[in-house]
Structures are given as C-alpha cells and as structure tokens.
Design a protein around this ligand. Structure first.
Ligand code: SAM
Length: 268
C-alpha cells in the first residue's frame, strides 16, 4: 500500500496501526502503512508474531477446507481481514464453487480494499461488509447477510484471530452466543485466539505492542477460550494448539510453540 491514504476510505487513519494491516504485513502482504510496520516490528521483539500469523492463517485454511469437504457451503467470516492467500473464499470456492461467503470487518481499510478489488464474483463468492462483532445483532440483520446466507440452513461462523481484540467489558461470550443462537442446527463455530498459557510474560509484552494500535487486546487462558464453545459439540480433536488441529504438510516443526488455541464445534 502506498504510504498515503488510499482513496475510498474516508475513515482510514494511516498514523494508527490496525490489526488487519499489521496482520497483512506479518503475512507478507502489501496493505500496510509505516505505523503498522512499526507496531509489528515492536511485537516481533517479544514474540515470533510472524509465525503466529502464518500458523493461524493455516488453521483457518484447514478448517474451511475440512468444513467445505464435509458439506458446509455457507460461511460467515467475522473479522475477515485483508486479502491474503488461504482465505475463506479462496479455500471454500476451490472445494465448493457454489459456496456463499460473507465477510465482516470493522476496519475501514478492509472495506475500502474490498471495494477497490471489486470483491463480489456474483452470484456466489464473497461479499465483505462493515460490521463489528461487539454488535452481533447488527451483523445478523445486515441485508447482505440476510440476502446471501440462508440462516435456516447450516452456516460456518468464523471468528478466527478476532476475539482477542474484544475485551471482557464488551461481552465477547454474549456476542458469540448471539451469533450461534441465530444459525440453524448443523452450523459450526470456528474460533482461534491467542493464549497466555504458554508464555505469560512474553504475551503481556506483545499485548503492550498492540496497545499502540487501534484496539485493546484480551489474551485469554485455554479455559477462558474453551468457554466460547459452551453448549456446542467439539469436532475432533477439540480445542487444541493450532498446530495440532488436523495438521497437514504445511505445519512446521516448532509450530507447537505458538501460543494460540483453536477449534471447531457443532451446534446440534
Ligand atoms: C488478525 S486479523 C485475522 C484475519 C482472519 N480472520 C484470519 O484469521 O486470517 C483480525 C481481524 O479482525 C478484525 N477485527 C478486530 N476487531 C474486530 C471487531 N470488533 N469486529 C469485527 N472485526 C474485527 C480486524 O480488523 C482484522 O481484520
């Protein structure tokens, strides 16, 4: 991204780092400003956050492929992020060309770039809309969500690497419950988030680096992350370190040192 504000995003502030643009930088993408790169480099001093991004993205890709191969054809990806390989749309459409994907994000950069890239290979494909997971009812009422997804049929609800940007005062558990209550039996929750379990001190220092960004972080224990899945039936292997969730050849030695948990669970 050029080091000036791209057109079409009147609320974009290039001087304040955002999680979506930091993540783009860490994944080797092009959609970031100097403030994002500085925040990422600060975080890299305390934690291998580039590996966190890679391992998380690979988890998302494996989970979406697994679900598409097992009959899911509707995806609601909340906190979808900026364009990068292994996306929900790319992965799901490769398996199910008829899949329907709605992405939601609260970073205006994501919306501006989606518009710029003409995101919407109708009649299927991905549509990206503005929304905030802290206001789940608005997401569920959005005309694109209502128009593209049939909530009376199973939907994969993705909250991948987003809930650690929702602090407890914003009722993260209530938000997940509201989304899952709205979807049909047979729907699944796919969720990952960073944990303090492996390296509490390092994670605290990394969270401070992210505090320079547009959001506050909420690093959680495995037990606290498991609570997001309350009332849902875990899909094997349950909530695990991301490298242990149905690993493939892209999981590298040492990836089990990455402090992120993730899982998939079914709504009966
Ligand atoms: C680390 S990226 C993850 C992107 C993608 N889900 C993945 O795992 O590859 C986190 C994304 O969540 C978005 N996000 C953060 N807080 C959010 C909120 N309250 N509502 C919606 N999106 C949010 C950010 O803008 C960013 O795009």
């Amino acid at each position: 991204m050029p080091d000036s504000e791209p057109s079409g995003g009147d609320m974009i502030d290039p001087t304040v780092a955002t999680p979506a643009r930091i993540y783009s930088y860490l994944l080797g993408g092009t959609d970031h400003f100097p403030a994002d790169r500085a925040a990422a480099e600060k975080a890299l001093e305390t934690m291998p956050v580039r590996d966190f991004a890679r391992v998380n993205r690979a988890f998302l890709t494996r989970a979406v492929r697994y679900l598409a191969e097992n009959g899911l054809d509707q995806f609601l990806d909340v906190g979808i992020g900026l364009p990068a390989p292994g996306s929900t749309a790319e992965t799901a459409l490769a398996v199910r060309p008829d899949a329907r994907i709605v992405g939601v994000d609260n970073d205006p950069t994501v919306l501006a770039l989606a518009r710029a890239h003409g995101e919407d290979p109708a009649p299927s494909g991905a549509r990206i809309v503005a929304g905030d997971v802290r206001r789940p009812a608005e997401i569920l009422a959005h005309p694109e969500v209502r128009g593209r997804l049939d909530l009376d049929r199973p939907v994969a609800v993705l909250l991948v690497a987003v809930m650690h940007f929702v602090t407890d005062e914003d009722d993260p558990y209530g938000a997940v419950r509201t989304l899952m209550d709205a979807v049909a039996p047979g729907s699944v929750l796919v969720l990952s988030q960073v944990t303090s379990d492996l390296d509490p001190e390092g994670m605290r220092a990394t969270a401070r680096a992210y505090d320079r960004s547009s959001v506050r972080t909420a690093v959680r224990s495995g037990k606290e992350i498991a609570a997001f899945f309350h009332g849902l039936e875990p899909v094997d292997p349950g909530l695990v370190l991301l490298s242990r969730w149905r690993p493939d050849e892209h999981v590298l030695p040492g990836d089990d040192r990455i402090g992120m948990y993730g899982g998939v669970a079914l709504k009966r």
